[in-house]
Design a protein around this ligand. Structure first.
Ligand code: EPZ
Length: 420
């Protein structure tokens, strides 16, 4: 186990190169189960969550090789249709194998993922969608047991625009008989990326990125080679870092169009943002201006940027309110920020923030992936030394984050854990 130690207060400047998107790679790797053959994916990030799904696919019989950021996946010899608790408990997105297994193997036995730090994270909408496609679904001993001779197209309305729910049903419907229409579908760029790859595999999907997705089922699919899109949340994290440290960061190999809501808020908060192709230059303003934010499904302000933006607001001039509308427990980072001097009060799903002149370094503990990114940002802005423990949370979704910040002039290092 490692800690991260930061001596903050330095403006960050230079280039940050963005890695491939965790939340695009996970469903795309699950989609390899839909057909046999050899896939090649480039720009695959080196993350703990990617290793988790690699292990899970390997258990099912997939042959996976990595050469740096390129991954080769051969799913020609699948030997089982079970996703065991031991693997699923490490990463709840493992539920994404349910749809592909059901479509390809006609059966699936997937451990219920259970909740996590930020919320209960139910999968009822995934299961309702599979049942609508004609699958027999039973829950027993903590597992979802699903079976279907051949899935049949249906019209499915999501009560909530669920990201992985939309992805799971879209993958299952790709091989179903007939047409499936998803209404109130999630619109995240990772869904569009998945649909693009499914269509290159021979699927017939229209409307990804809009609230209505139409999937014309086909008989079979074929493997493809494709790159993984850039990680918009990693890019957003560096954008906040530039504003927070009054720095000047060139964020390259990103997709600015995926970050419009965040960039708008950062400009309102005083940052200067220049977009040029796949690069964004962010310069911090003299003063950070407080802004209210409400997290919403894409294209609204992303919940995965809520904790990071809260650090910026904690040292802004004035009051701001951050409302978390997606998850019921996504303010765990607040208590650690308060230990660093932030003035934040929570009332239900709202965090009331009174900007303070600066934060002060302290020993803190990460609790989940985006909370750990928030604590890194807080340490970069704070005066003095911050030591962050349990950074295995960070390694789930950020590739070499401390090295990327060090390259921008930060005094940051990964060290052996003080209290393993
Ligand atoms: C995806 O999670 C992302 N993970 C999350 O990123 C992200 O925060 C979330 O979407 C929202 O944008 C991946 O893509 C792997 P949801 P997901 O289903 O799909 C409720 C990160 O930090 N819901 O869109 O699990 C749910 O409780 C992670 O990278 C149901 O009620 O989220 C939540 O309140 C964290 N029933 C809301 O919908 C269901 O069956 C949105 O959840 C499914 C979801």
């Amino acid at each position: 186990m490692d800690d991260i130690i930061i001596t903050g207060g330095k403006p960050l400047a230079g280039e940050a190169v963005i890695s491939g998107a965790k939340n695009a790679a996970l469903p795309i790797l699950a989609a390899t189960l839909l057909t046999g053959g050899r896939f090649q994916f480039d720009n695959v990030p080196m993350l703990r969550d990617i290793t988790s799904i690699q292990n899970l696919l390997g258990l099912m019989g997939a042959d996976i090789q990595r050469e740096g950021h390129t991954m080769f996946v051969d799913t020609g010899n699948l030997c089982q249709y079970e996703a065991p608790y031991e693997e699923v408990r490490k990463m709840r997105a493992s539920i994404l194998v349910l749809g592909p297994l059901l479509a390809r193997m006609k059966r699936a036995r997937v451990s219920l993922p259970g909740g996590c730090a930020i919320g209960a994270r139910p999968i009822d909408l995934h299961l309702k969608g599979m049942a609508a496609l004609g699958a027999d679904i039973t829950l027993e001993h903590g597992y979802v047991e699903a079976s279907a001779e051949r899935l049949k197209g249906a019209e499915i309305y999501f009560d909530i625009p669920t990201v992985t729910g939309t992805e799971n049903i879209m993958m299952a419907a790709a091989l179903a008989e007939g047409v499936t229409i998803l209404r109130n579908a999630a619109r995240e760029p990772e869904i569009t990326a998945l649909a693009d790859i499914l269509n290159r595999m021979g699927a017939d999907i229209e409307g990804a990125g809009t609230p209505m997705i139409t999937i014309h089922g086909v008989r079979e699919l074929k493997p493809v080679s494709a790159p993984i899109i850039p990680d918009r949340i990693e890019a957003g994290t560096f954008m906040v870092a530039a504003a927070l440290t009054h720095g000047d960061i060139h964020i390259t190999r990103c997709e600015p169009s995926h970050l419009k809501s965040l960039m708008h808020k950062l400009e309102q908060a005083g940052a200067k943002i220049d977009v040029s192709g796949t690069s964004v230059r962010v310069r911090g303003g003299e003063t950070i201006l407080s802004q209210d934010v409400k997290t919403m499904p894409y294209p609204g302000f992303p919940t995965d940027m809520q904790a990071q933006f809260m650090v910026l607001m904690s040292v802004a001039r004035g009051f701001s309110v951050i409302s978390e509308s997606i998850f019921e427990n996504r303010f765990i980072h607040v208590s650690e920020l308060k230990r660093m001097g932030a003035d934040i009060n929570i009332s239900g799903s709202h965090a009331m923030i009174k900007g303070v002149p600066s934060l002060s370094g302290a020993p803190v503990m990460a609790s989940d992936l985006r909370a750990s990114a928030c604590l890194v940002l807080a340490g970069l802005a704070a005066g003095g030394v911050t030591r962050i423990s349990r950074i295995y949370h960070l390694d789930r979704g950020y590739e070499s984050l401390e090295k990327k910040f060090a390259a921008l002039g930060a005094d940051i290092a990964r060290v052996r854990a003080q209290n393993p």
